[in-house]
Design a protein around this ligand. Structure first.
Ligand SMILES: C[S@@+](CC[C@H](N)C(=O)[O-])C[C@H]1O[C@@H](n2cnc3c(N)ncnc32)[C@H](O)[C@@H]1O
Length: 246
């Protein structure tokens, strides 16, 4: 049986929600913040792991950085490659599964943004991804992982919600399962009277859980912050961002 994250129809149908105009508009500012947060040198080689259609990769390319975007979804990569061509940018996009992608000692910076981690059934697969990332970094290289944290989600958790965006109605219900180790989501999407429904589950990490996994993969230091402005990962945090150094 195909898992939800291996389903092209899921990613293609959800792309208007995940990559809304608002989300595209936020990317330049996020990239500026990441550059200053990680003090990225102009000659750095950056990997955007799970890059989608290149929201962030394209911004790095526009700023002259050498960047490789990796994602499993071909349609997204094609969109990114077209944009590269249209703008005459220098960026590469490669189709690969994050469980298998590994290029030892290659990158100065690796990014995994917008909750693109924790998808797999077994935690061993998450650990494999972290190990690949660790191995793919050069010594002293930095990895930034941007997640929704268990501590940030629990107090604002909403079981049922609906939103209407660009004439598309999204009905969403979510439930913490397996003692809050995962969240199971059911999303119904109605567009032009056509209804599509997807159920997807992802692993939810607390701050200490993700830090432990990163250390286990070999990272020598891990800093947790609550947003790209380097606010602390405390009760006011909006995201769980880990910066791990090899
Ligand atoms: C929430 S989106 C985030 C995309 C991008 N980082 C952004 O911020 O716009 C998650 C991405 O992970 C990709 N993805 C899912 N499973 C993957 C896998 N096993 N290997 C590589 N990419 C994967 C999806 O195709 C999708 O583009």
């Amino acid at each position: 049986m195909k898992h939800w994250y291996e389903d092209d129809e899921f990613w293609e149908t959800m792309s208007s929600k995940i990559f809304s105009k608002d989300h595209w508009d936020r990317a330049p500012k996020e990239v500026e913040k990441i550059i200053s947060l990680l003090e990225i040198a102009q000659d750095a080689y950056i990997l955007d792991l799970c890059c989608g259609p290149g929201r962030h990769s394209l911004e790095f390319a526009r700023r002259g950085y050498k960047i490789l975007g990796v994602d499993r979804t071909l349609k997204y990569l094609e969109k990114a490659r077209n944009q590269v061509k249209n703008e005459g940018l220098n960026a590469e996009f490669l189709q690969a599964d994050m469980r298998n992608f590994c290029k030892p000692n290659t990158f100065d910076i690796i990014l995994n943004l917008f909750t693109s981690f924790g998808y797999f059934e077994n935690q061993e697969d998450d650990e494999k991804v972290l190990k690949n990332i660790y191995l793919s970094l050069k010594s002293g290289g930095k990895f930034l992982l941007d997640l929704v944290g268990k501590e940030t989600l629990a107090p604002i958790f909403t079981e049922k919600s609906w939103v209407e965006e660009d004439g598309v109605l999204y009905l969403m219900d979510s439930k913490p399962i397996e003692n809050w180790s995962k969240i199971r989501n059911r999303w119904i999407m109605i567009k032009n009277n056509i209804r599509k429904e997807f159920t997807f589950t992802h692993r939810l990490y607390s701050g200490s859980e993700i830090a432990k996994s990163l250390y286990k993969s070999g990272f020598k230091s891990v800093e947790l912050i609550g947003d790209l402005n380097r606010n602390p990962y405390d009760n006011n945090a909006r995201r769980l961002i880990a910066i791990a150094t090899k």
